[in-house]
Ligand binder design. Structure first.
Ligand SMILES: Cc1ncc(COP(=O)(O)O)c(C=O)c1O
Length: 438
């Protein structure tokens, strides 16, 4: 049988070119702070906080100890018709970090589950409000909302959709906001494109507001290459939602927990959604966990309109898992103690200057930063789109730097404990290696 004796054969790796990886495996074996250690004994500077998730850096002892303690004292407790104190405590702590009013928290185990939960909660809210005809869910081109059927239905990445059928009936999409022709190399929010929010009005005119339950967007689209919201875009989307009774969901799986400064992008940028999804940084990625924050009155509408018994027929065996709660509480303590949500703001200027230092380098056609995120867009190689960024990703890894390649874009999102010298090292390495890529 093929691969019978190959120790790498059994693991069907996610979002991976399995054949290429297994021919040239690059494995990580340990981590600490800003660094990984590779299987061949090299130290790798983590420019991506793992997958946008280890916001306080790796293997923080406080988190490790909290998990070990939970594992030894309450390894599992159901949260269906039962509970345990740390789940309530974490929900309360999270509620306090959310934008005002979003103080009801549902636990999941991942970003994808948070998204599907948020979409289902939106449908439940509309039904509870007597708006049961509102079943249509709107996403955006180039949006990434995980891999559940709900998430890919509203997501806007063709390769994540084409294999898997038609998706949820009635899902539709706003146009994406990426516009290099007008916004290349701008700093902060791109100046052009607020009017693209009017696309929601176009969909209202097309489908009828009474069919639309919710619109979901990432405040900043991370996975498709750090696409920043044009100045005024999110505010305009909020206004159109309000005008038509459409719920606004922010997918903050990447942006929550300090990535753009503040606990959430919504809070930092002053636009409040009705529902907000989180995951990744919630436990500093030490135990899988996600959560959905919901406006109190919308939560109450669902709870109060139920005839008795279970109000929402939804949940996961591991919703509020004790180990995840312990990791979450320890992570929130660390974030607060070390002031990590302020660090993206404090370092944003330095980070932005360092990133924009790559302007003029070979192949670079745009640079975008916000908080401690950067996207460096490369001109696609003729006839071989995405190849350049993937080669650069490999070159960086082989030279001790972890970056992320998405399409023709290199994304950086380091742990929030990053120091200026490490920022210099990241962009220094990138700048040198870009020149070596054909
Ligand atoms: C905005 C957004 N939503 C959802 C997800 C899916 O999260 P997960 O991979 O934990 O399911 C991601 C993952 O990158 C994300 O960036």
């Amino acid at each position: 049988m093929k691969g019978e004796n190959d120790p790498l054969a059994a693991f069907w790796m996610p979002f991976t070119a399995n054949r290429a990886f297994k021919a040239h495996p690059r494995q990580l074996v340990s981590a600490s702070g800003m660094h990984y250690r590779s299987a061949d004994g090299r130290t790798i500077l983590d420019g991506t906080a793992g997958l946008w998730c280890s916001n306080a850096g790796h293997c923080r002892p406080e988190i490790a100890e909290a998990i070990a303690k939970a594992a030894a004292s309450l390894d599992f407790a159901p949260t269906f018709q039962l509970g345990h104190p740390q789940a309530f405590e974490l929900a309360q702590r999270l509620a306090a970090l959310m934008p005002e009013g979003l103080d009801r928290i549902f636990f999941t185990n991942s970003g994808s589950e948070s998204v599907d939960t948020a979409l289902k909660i939106a449908l439940a809210i509309q039904r509870a409000r007597g708006q049961g005809t509102r079943t249509r869910l709107i996403g955006r081109e180039r949006g990434y909302h995980g891999v559940g059927f709900g998430g890919i239905s509203v997501g806007g990445i063709v390769s994540n959709r084409r294999t898997f059928g038609g998706g949820l009936p009635g899902a539709d999409h706003l146009r994406h906001t990426h516009d290099i022709a007008r916004n290349a190399f701008s700093r902060g929010f791109p100046p052009h494109g607020a009017e693209l929010a009017d696309d929601l009005q176009r969909l209202v005119d097309l489908h009828g507001a009474e069919t639309i339950a919710a619109v979901i967007v990432e405040p900043m689209a991370g996975s498709t290459g750090v696409l920043l919201p044009p100045a005024g875009y999110l505010q305009r989307l909020r206004e159109i939602c309000d005008r038509h009774g459409i719920l606004l969901i922010f997918d903050e799986v990447i942006t929550a927990f300090g990535r753009v400064g503040g606990a959430t992008a919504a809070g930092r940028w002053g636009v409040t959604p009705d529902i907000l999804t989180m995951a990744k940084g919630l436990t500093n990625a030490a135990v899988p966990m996600g959560a959905v924050a919901v406006k109190r009155e919308l939560h109450d509408a669902v709870i109060d309109s139920a005839p008795g018994g279970i109000e929402l027929f939804h949940g996961y065996t591991y919703s509020g898992h004790p180990l995840a709660c312990a990791a979450g509480l320890a992570a929130l303590d660390l974030y607060a103690r070390d002031g990590l949500f302020d660090r993206a703001d404090e370092l944003a200027g330095y980070w932005e200057d360092a990133a924009h230092g790559l302007k003029g380098r070979r192949h670079v056609i745009d640079i975008r930063t916000i908080g401690l995120v950067a996207g460096i867009e490369l001109e696609p190689r003729p006839g071989a789109p995405t190849a350049r960024a993937m080669e650069l990703f490999h070159a960086c890894f082989d030279n001790g730097l972890l970056v992320r390649a998405t399409g023709d874009i290199i994304a950086l999102s380091p742990p929030l404990i990053v120091e200026k010298a490490e920022i210099d090292a990241m962009f220094g390495t990138l700048g040198e290696l870009i020149e070596t890529i054909a």
